[in-house]
Write a protein that binds this ligand. Structure first.
Ligand SMILES: C[S@@+](CC[C@H](N)C(=O)[O-])C[C@H]1O[C@@H](n2cnc3c(N)ncnc32)[C@H](O)[C@@H]1O
Length: 289
């Protein structure tokens, strides 16, 4: 629940761990296991709605329309604003020219995300935040699984617009159009989920800013899931350089106030058939010492 400390479910006590010395991955590669039947069934339903949406999809013109954008930025120096504007422009152009099912990060079923979320045991009424959610079907799957307090944040208003039109309005998803690096969270979340956003931060300053926002958004007891390109993953995406991570490196970046729950290696297959290795890490923010 926003504004309160989230109590971890029983899965925390049984969560896996990684060997930080060897970098050994606990839990095995998900690519070797097909999604559970219910996920496959949900995936088909979501794919049907996404296919219908893709057929209706028309290239966007970049709009100024936003959903809950926050403009009172604490770091509103010229440079920060300029780089924020560049990020927005870059991602709006991507979503303007590519349909959701064409982008390299498209996945019909967010299998690893859901596996990690369910392993953590996040209560279905707790506040879940998908940062850089884009047009991901994670929100659809969470709605289908009866999660009731979902926020999707993205720097691209066009991406959010696509998802918002696809998702059942009765789900009352909160859509936040904002640059994560200048965002001031107005609520506290029990789960922070990031697939393929953190790896675009290639400077220590941007990574530190991300961690500041993360710490402001999640209280002790809350969980974090990060999915990034693996150490042997692609060196760029969408024309942008990326940083690549092994699980121990991601854990080190989160720091000692986060306890690792589990990690995964995934081989994501893009719509054109390329394989992209991903590293996944879930962790829980420890109570302040
Ligand atoms: C590779 S896509 C991944 C989208 C989604 N997480 C998924 O798994 O399908 C990266 C997403 O992060 C968003 N993004 C990139 N930088 C951002 C930032 N600084 N603040 C908010 N969103 C950002 C982009 O607009 C894009 O939707």
């Amino acid at each position: 629940m926003p504004g309160s400390t989230w109590e971890p479910g029983p899965a925390f006590r049984h969560g896996g761990a990684i060997d930080l010395d060897s970098g050994e991955i606990d839990g095995g590669g998900l690519e070797e296991r097909p999604p559970r039947k219910s996920l496959r069934t949900e995936g088909r339903a979501i794919a049907r709605s996404q296919n219908a949406a893709a057929q209706r999809w028309k290239p966007f013109s970049v709009r100024s329309k936003s959903f809950g954008a926050r403009d009172n930025l604490p770091m509103s120096t010229g440079n920060v604003r300029a780089s924020s504007a560049r990020r927005r422009q870059h991602w709006e152009a991507i979503y303007e020219h590519r349909s959701p099912t064409e982008v390299s990060w498209y996945q019909r079923v967010p299998a690893v995300s859901m596996e990690l979320i369910e392993e953590i045991g996040v209560p279905h009424d707790s506040a879940v935040l998908d940062v850089g959610g884009g047009t991901s079907t994670l929100v659809d799957t969470l709605v289908a699984r009866s999660y009731t307090d979902i926020t999707v944040l993205d720097v691209s208003a066009a991406a959010l617009d696509t998802s918002r039109r696809r998702v059942d309005p009765r789900a009352q998803v909160k859509w936040v159009s904002a640059d994560l690096l200048t965002w001031q969270p107005g609520a506290r979340y029990a789960l922070w989920h990031d697939r393929a956003v953190f790896h675009f931060l290639v400077t220590p300053a941007d990574r530190e800013r991300y961690l500041q926002v993360l710490r402001a958004a999640v209280l002790p007891g809350a969980a974090v899931i990060l999915g990034t390109f693996a150490a042997d993953g692609p060196e760029s995406c969408s024309g942008l350089p990326v940083a690549r991570y092994a699980p121990d490196k991601l854990a080190g970046i989160l720091g000692g106030s986060f306890r690792v729950i589990a990690s995964r290696r995934e081989r994501h297959t893009t719509p054109t058939g390329a394989v992209q290795p991903f590293t996944w890490l879930s962790a829980r923010r420890e109570p302040e010492g």
